[in-house]
Structures are given as C-alpha cells and as structure tokens.
Ligand binder design. Structure first.
Ligand SMILES: Nc1ncnc2c1ncn2[C@@H]1O[C@H](COP(=O)(O)OP(=O)(O)OP(=O)(O)O)[C@@H](O)[C@H]1O
Length: 546
C-alpha cells in the first residue's frame, strides 16, 4: 500500500469527493453544437471531464468543462485556456492531443481532448503497488519524452504527478503513457510573470511533487519538472514517496531538508541497480544546479543505467581472438620432414637406376634390402639368400663411395643436387632446428609494457597505456555520476583487478576514499569498463581527479 500524505486523490473517477455527478445538468447536453456530453469521467480542481461524442464525425472525445464558480473569475478562465493553448502547441505522442477549446454563448468554458481509455498512474500504483524498476523506468522515459517536447516549446508543466499521467494500451504495449493537464503550465518566455508566492495566492502544484525552489518562491524553470519526475520514478519503483510528511507543512519541509533514502535501500528486494539510484537521486537534488540540466540529460542517464544493468546480465563477451600469427621465417618442421623423405626417395631411385646398370638383378635386390629397407619397400621383395660375393653396397647417405663407371653415370648435376640436399635435410634434425629457431627468437620483454607474445603463448598482459586508455574512457561517466559526492579537484585512487576475459573483476577505492560514497561511486563506474582479453588477470591502479 502506498503512503501518500495527501490522502485520496481529488479526482479518481465519477463520484469522487463532493462532486454530484448524478445531478449534473450538462449530461446529455450538446456543447457548442458539436460535443454531446454522454458521461462524466471525473472531477478535478478546475472542472468536470466528460466522455462525449463529436456529433458530426461520431468520434468519442473527452471534454473538460470549467466549473461555473471558476468561469466567473477571469484569472481562472485564463489558467484554463492556458492549458488548452499550451497543450495544443506541443503535439507529441506522449502528450494528450487537444483538438478544440473555447466558450459557449451561455458562458461555458471548455476544452476538447482525445478520449483516453485506461487509467492514470496513481490508480495503477494503488492497485499494483511498487512496479519492477525496469517497468517504472520505461514509463518514466515516456513521461520524460513528453516533457522534453513541452520544454522544447518553452512550456514547463509544473504539476507532474501520477494523476496527470494516463496509461493506455497502444498495440501490444499496455504501458503507453499520455501526459495530461497542463493547467498550470507556465510559458517560459512569459518572464514578466512572477511565480505567485504561497502567501499571495497559494502554492500551485501538488505538495508531494513540489521542487524546493517552488517552495522557496523562486521563479521556476524546466528543472521543477525534472524534480517531479524524480519523485514519480521513486514512487513507482519503491511504492512510497521519497518525501511524505504527516501534514502539508511537514511534506514541504522534507522537500527542503530531508535527504531521500536511495531507492535500492528503500526496497532492497527490487534489486534496483545503484546506477538507477544515482539517476533518481540526482533528479531529486535540492539545489537545482545539481540536477540534470535538461530532461533530455535525465533520459540519457537513465538509458545508460538500464544499458549497464543489461550488460551485467548478459554473458561475458567471448575472449578477443589471439593476435595474428606472425609469419615464421625458415622451413616449417613438417615441410622439412616431407622434403627430406622425398629427397631420400629420389636419391634411392637414382642409386637403384645406377645399380641396375652395373650389377646383376640379384645383386641389386640384395643391395636394396640392405641399403634402403624402409624406403620404396613396395618396389622390392626382400632377397632370400645371396650366394655371390657381397655387393659394394652404397649407403644412402654416402653415394660418393659408389664406384660407378664414369660414362654411364648419371649427370654430375643430378648427383651434386641430390647429395648435399639429403645431407642437409635430415628429418629429425630439421624438427630440432625448427624448434630451436623458435626458442632462439628474442623473448618479448615482460612487465607492463610487454608486447603480445607469439602464437604459442596467447595474448600478452595489458599494458599500462591500454589500462589508462580504458580508464580515460570511463572518466567522463565517473565525473557525471560521482561529482555530486565530491568537492572540486578531489582525487580518488582505485585498485582494479582485470580478469583474463577483459572485464573488471573488482574495483576498490583506496586511501582516504576507501569506503566513501564518492569512492564507491567511482569504483562502481570503473566496474563497467571493458578491456581486452589476456592470458591472466592483472591488477592496476588509477587515480581520477574529480
Ligand atoms: N482525455 C481524457 N480521457 C479520459 N479521461 C480523462 C481525460 N482527461 C482527464 N481525464 C480524467 O478525468 C478526471 C479529471 O481530470 P482533471 O484533469 O480535471 O483532474 P485533475 O488532474 O485533478 O485536474 P486539476 O489539476 O485541474 O485539478 C481524471 O480522472 C482524469 O484521469
């Protein structure tokens, strides 16, 4: 159950408060020859809202008719028509569309709006209690979009509250928001009009949503709407208002004096991220200079907080691919082995050809068995017994000892090529040579400035430069989100552990800022940094100057 100190809403549908709906003489009346008033929807501070039908185009509309008591006061009529003019100027999908306004011959002042089917956010809150923070944020972003459009037209709403935000279904979205009631909207360019003080004409607006500067009687600007949106966001997520006193005066005092409890602490079960706390608390800053300068900035910060929470839910990014394998100079061991075997086969074949020319078949077969048992085996059958004198067998690696007659010998070129190659490309030695090549390559320097190692060692450690660059990247957000906890030029040093997957595993403020709100805020932002993957986690330090 929500705790609103102001009690029941003034306008929560037919029959609310002192409103004698049944006796309403306007029911069934056709206003300005066009709008047949069918049913009263609710009654607010200025008048009654009816569901009506446009008799020509047969379209349902909502018609707000100013109460007779107000119609007699010029100032009230002006305020009412001001709403019509202001809202009809904005034209935004999240602002209720005003299609007509004016007064009738019999003195009825009215405005005509698109008819909305749904309920206001106060009713949603009363029925559902606190909403999940993401749903609340999605609703608030729509309200902020409506206000951004209004502010762009120089219009400040000044009465933002759940009762003025209507929730309708649009397509599949049951939470489509329309902002209503620009009744006390103030044209910013209307700079000569001083804000009426509470002493002279009563505080305009609803106490629970009043920005401190309005209570102090300062001239309002768009930041009063940012404050009210902060109150609404808090209320939607937490299920209670941030500043709610027992009386009107104590509520106003709370706005001026009381620090709001962070939403995540006020409702721990809701798992409201710290980043969302930060956005709400900044919108609720007592000093308007400490708030977001524009409602657009508020929306950007809220979106960033949502994205941060989404990123925390997402699985860690896949490790970065290893650096490209540098092309290795020299012969790959496998190539060397293959070449060695091939040359051995060629050389054996040469020997075989030569032997066939100078020795008998039996002698040759015997020589083949002795000299090359493992090479070209399919070509020979092991010779059984050799009765004749042993052949002058030429070992495969020493063909020069062959005593072949010069004229019949293979061309010298062929022998010269074969001999040195076979000696040079001995398979086992080649592998060893290849390995020792790698080992002999200069070892990259270790430590923070080490370059990534070769392909067999994986990506190298983070350099100091890489880490500093990542911290510089998050530095802007550190300032944006944490400067409100800091005096100018304060320093915060954080100790950061970066995991092998490039995410920040831990960030802790050190020294005088250890455990401080400022330190924790900086650490929280630092935790969102993303670096590159390495072979192992590493520890770094960085100092931010606020
Ligand atoms: N366009 C509309 N379509 C449907 N219902 C509407 C529309 N505009 C207002 N209502 C409903 O009519 C009722 C009265 O609205 P009204 O704006 O008069 O109340 P209020 O916010 O208390 O006004 P005020 O700020 O002038 O006191 C509310 O319940 C509101 O939700």
């Amino acid at each position: 159950m929500r705790s609103r100190s102001s009690g029941p809403r003034r306008s929560s549908g037919p029959g609310a408060g002192m409103w004698p709906a049944e006796a309403d003489p306007l029911l069934g009346h056709t206003l300005a020859d066009r709008y047949k008033l069918e049913r009263a929807i609710g009654h607010g501070g200025m008048g009654t809202v009816y569901r009506a039908e446009h008799v020509v185009i047969r379209k349902p509309v909502a018609v707000k008719v100013l109460d007779a008591a107000h119609s007699e006061r010029r100032r009230e009529v002006e305020r009412f028509l001001n709403e019509a003019r202001a809202a009809s100027k904005i034209r935004h999908e999240h602002v209720v569309d005003i299609t007509d306004f004016g007064s009738t011959d019999d003195g009825l002042v009215f405005l005509v709006m698109e008819y909305l089917e749904g309920e206001d956010l106060a009713s949603t809150g009363d029925r559902e209690g606190a909403l999940p923070w993401r749903r609340a944020a999605a609703i608030v972003l729509q309200i902020a979009a409506a206000l951004e459009a209004a502010h762009a037209q120089g219009i400040v709403h000044r009465d933002m509250k759940p009762e003025n935000c209507f929730r309708i279904r649009r397509g599949n979205d049951p939470d489509f928001i329309k902002v209503l009631d620009f009744g006390i909207a103030k044209m910013l360019e209307d700079s000569d009009v001083e804000h009426p003080s509470s002493a002279s004409s009563g505080l305009l607006g609803t106490p629970e949503y009043l920005a401190p500067e309005l209570i102090r009687g300062l001239k309002p600007d768009a930041r009063v709407d940012i404050y009210a949106v902060g109150v609404m966001f808090y209320d939607l997520m937490v299920g209670r208002l941030p500043f709610a006193g027992e009386s009107f005066m104590s509520t106003l005092t709370a706005h001026l004096m009381q620090l709001p409890q962070p939403p995540s602490q006020a409702r721990p079960a809701a798992e409201i991220p710290e980043a969302v706390d930060t956005v709400v608390l900044r919108a609720l800053a007592k000093d308007r200079d400490q708030r977001y300068a524009t409602i657009g900035e508020f929306s950007t910060a809220l979106r960033a907080a949502i994205a941060e929470a989404d990123a925390a839910l997402a699985p860690p990014p896949p490790p970065l691919p290893p650096p490209p394998v540098p092309e290795k100079r020299g012969i790959h061991p496998r190539v060397a082995i293959a070449a060695g075997v091939a040359l051995l086969v060629v050389f054996s074949a040469v020997l075989w050809t030569m032997a066939k020319r100078f020795y008998t078949k039996d002698q040759v077969e015997a020589a083949a068995v002795v000299s090359a048992p493992n090479v070209a085996a399919p070509a020979f059958n092991p010779a059984p017994v050799i009765n004749e004198a042993p052949l002058p067998v030429a070992p495969a690696v020493a063909p020069a000892k062959l005593e072949a007659p010069a004229p019949e010998a293979p061309t010298p070129a062929a022998v010269e090529v074969a001999v040195p190659d076979v000696e040079a490309v001995e398979p086992v030695d080649s592998v060893a040579a290849a390995e020792s090549d790698t080992d002999a390559a200069p070892e990259p320097p270790r430590g923070p400035t080490a370059a990534p190692k070769g392909p067999r060692s994986g990506p190298g450690p983070l350099t100091a430069g890489e880490f500093t660059a990542a911290m510089t990247k998050v530095g802007a957000r550190v300032k944006l989100e944490c400067s409100r906890f800091s005096l100018r030029k304060m320093e915060v040093t954080v100790q950061v552990i970066v995991g092998a997957d490039g995410t920040v595993k831990s960030a802790a403020p050190t020294g005088s800022q250890a455990g401080s709100t400022l330190g924790n805020c900086v650490a929280r932002v630092v935790k969102t940094a993303l670096l590159r993957a390495t072979r192992a986690k590493s520890t770094h330090r960085h100092t931010f100057t606020m």
